[in-house]
Ligand binder design. Structure first.
Ligand code: ADP
Length: 201
């Protein structure tokens, strides 16, 4: 069976940037955020479950999930966040498990922001954490998504703290330098994962 590497890190730590580097080396990558969107597409049982709980105001005029509105709602109310998670997580887990079982490459990357918090780490053989200080995360998050620092801090507070992620890490990529500094770290890990896959561990 192929190796499954769980790629995680706080929001805006650089997971997508790192995943792109592995993808360029031909490594299959699945993005749990994309899966999370897929499971609530119009017409899915997932979206129906969201509507049953939250009501139709969380839809856009075209019947899609209004994600910015949902985000505001759940990041301001822990109970609502739990409710949304209990709808999404089992569906995301099923899709990721299917992907893992269908893998034929030596290894694949499963990119999940809440790998540990969501319990998705149990699908993976190893955990790779992209690490930056929280202030860097907040700066890059605000620059990328045009968020206020206040919302950025709430989003960070809803995720596992940096130390918790690092404790679970088998491998760490430091993303405090420039994007170009990532390439040698990715190449070294790629060689390592191919070797591990070959030795069947
Ligand atoms: P994630 O997928 O973890 O949320 P991204 O890969 O989207 O994070 O990175 C967050 C933002 O920071 C993006 O706009 C990205 O282009 C930028 N970024 C990533 N790595 C670096 C870096 N080393 N230096 C500067 N900006 C970076």
């Amino acid at each position: 069976m192929s190796l499954c590497i769980g790629l995680t890190g706080g929001i805006a730590s650089g997971k997508s940037t790192v995943a792109e580097g592995f993808a360029q080396l031909g490594v299959p990558v699945i993005d749990a955020d994309q899966v999370a969107r897929d499971v609530v597409q119009p017409g899915t049982p997932g979206l129906q479950a969201v509507i049953d709980h939250f009501g139709t105001p969380v839809l856009t005029d075209s019947g899609e999930l209004n994600r910015p509105l949902m985000r505001e709602r759940v990041f301001n109310d822990p109970a609502e966040r739990k409710a949304l998670e209990s709808i999404l997580h089992p569906r995301i887990r099923a899709a990721l498990t299917d992907w893992r079982q269908a893998l034929t490459a030596p290894y694949g990357l499963l990119m999940v922001p809440i790998l540990v918090e969501g319990g998705f780490d149990t699908i993976c053989d190893r955990i790779l954490v992209v690490d930056v200080p929280e202030e860097t995360q907040i700066e890059r998050l605000c620059a990328r998504d045009n968020n206020t620092p206040e919302l950025a801090r709430k989003i960070l507070a809803a995720q596992a703290p940096r130390e918790t992620r690092l404790e679970r890490a088998d491998d760490v990529i430091e993303n405090t330098g420039t994007p170009a500094d990532l390439a040698p770290q990715i190449a070294a890990l790629h060689a390592r994962y191919l070797k591990l896959a070959q030795s069947g561990s």
